[in-house]
Design a protein around this ligand. Structure first.
Ligand SMILES: Nc1nc2c(ncn2[C@@H]2O[C@H](COP(=O)(O)OP(=O)(O)OP(=O)(O)O)[C@@H](O)[C@H]2O)c(=O)[nH]1
Ligand SMILES: [Mg+2]
Length: 315
């Protein structure tokens, strides 16, 4: 066992990820095992395997591809559950590898402006707190902007993350215009030579047109201070919502120009497979995954780990 200090955090979040995805992986594993025992492989079995994969939220294309890969050269032969889950891991990794990309901070942009968007309760504010910790630890000067001006509690919540990270927070009274707050924050970050500005926004349902229009306004107004900003627009998705994540990506991508995804709450859901369906369909970069509520519970997204966790394999 390699237990050097550097490996411990990695181990602990891998454990949480694989434990979190246990409900997906074990139901998949059990269903596959039930299907393949004492039978030779035929079309009907492949259809059943495809159904199991669909129930794991992997999406129609990926499910069909995996079933096809399982069928290749195995007709009329017996297959083991391991054969199938190994193929699941391989095919899922192929889908995820091109989208697993780190969030790159262009140091020539001062500040590098990151707008954080998503539906209510997806984990935006918490993700900002966790990101601020990571970026500060890398030696960057970080500022936060309390762009969720709807609720007093939202402003307070971001201030708490600011204190915890010892980074400044630009905030205004509840009910202020969030676009002007964002404008002010970019100016302040510029004046104070910040490296990164993280802008929080209020949660909004993707089908509420007026709120989505407001988001476009926030974007536009930020662009008035710095035409190249925002430099990144992160869509925070809650893994537990399953298929609804697809319409969230669709709507936020159109209105807010999403540049990358963060998927939260992977520490306790049977629906993590949705990240595979999303990656296949939209091919947007996935930067981080949230595996808990704590400040260290944000992990860079890696295709292989995720694929193996979904398939229930050991790391
Ligand atoms: N288990 C778990 N909980 C998380 C994770 N990320 C966020 N949460 C929790 O989810 C809840 C909502 O998180 P917030 O960060 O307030 O979500 P938000 O998107 O800012 O919410 P609104 O501002 O209301 O739209 C909080 O209780 C967080 O602690 C995660 O990765 N895992
Ligand atoms: Mg919030």
């Amino acid at each position: 066992m390699n237990d050097s200090p550097q490996d411990q955090p990695k181990q602990s979040w891998w454990r949480r990820l694989s434990a979190g995805l246990k409900r997906t992986s074990s139901s998949l594993g059990t269903a596959v095992a039930d299907l393949v025992t004492k039978r030779k492989l035929d079309r009907a079995m492949l259809d059943d395997i495809e159904d199991v994969l669909l129930r794991a939220d992997l999406g129609t294309e990926v499910a069909a591809r995996i079933a096809e890969a399982v069928g290749k050269g195995r007709y009329d032969k017996s297959v083991s559950a391991e054969d199938v889950t190994t193929i699941v891991a391989t095919e899922v990794e192929k889908v995820l590898s091109p989208v697993a990309k780190p969030l790159e901070i262009d140091a020539t942009q001062k500040p590098f402006v990151i707008l954080v968007v998503g539906v209510n309760g997806s984990g935006k504010t918490t993700t900002i707190g966790k990101l601020a910790a990571k970026l500060s630890a890398e030696g960057r000067k970080v500022m936060l902007a309390a762009g969720d001006t709807f609720r007093a509690a939202a402003i307070e919540q971001l201030k708490v993350w600011g204190e915890r990270n010892k980074v400044p927070v630009v905030a205004r009274a509840q009910g202020s215009d969030s676009a002007s707050l964002a404008f002010e924050a970019v100016e302040a970050a510029k004046a104070q030579a910040m490296d990164v500005l993280l802008i929080d926004t209020a949660g909004r349902l993707q089908n509420k047109t007026e709120l989505m229009v407001e988001l476009e306004k926030v974007r536009r107004v930020i662009g008035k201070v710095d035409a190249s900003a925002p430099h990144a627009v992160l869509l925070v998705l809650d893994a537990t919502v399953g298929q609804n994540a697809l319409s969230q990506v669709d709507a936020f991508h159109k209105t807010a120009g999403v540049t990358g995804l963060v998927m939260t709450k992977l520490d306790g859901t049977a629906r993590g497979g949705i990240l595979v369906a999303l990656s296949e369909k939209y091919k947007l970069p996935v930067h981080f995954i949230g595996v808990g509520e704590g400040i260290d519970d944000l992990a860079p997204f890696t295709a292989r780990d995720f694929a193996r966790a979904i398939a229930g394999q050991d790391n």
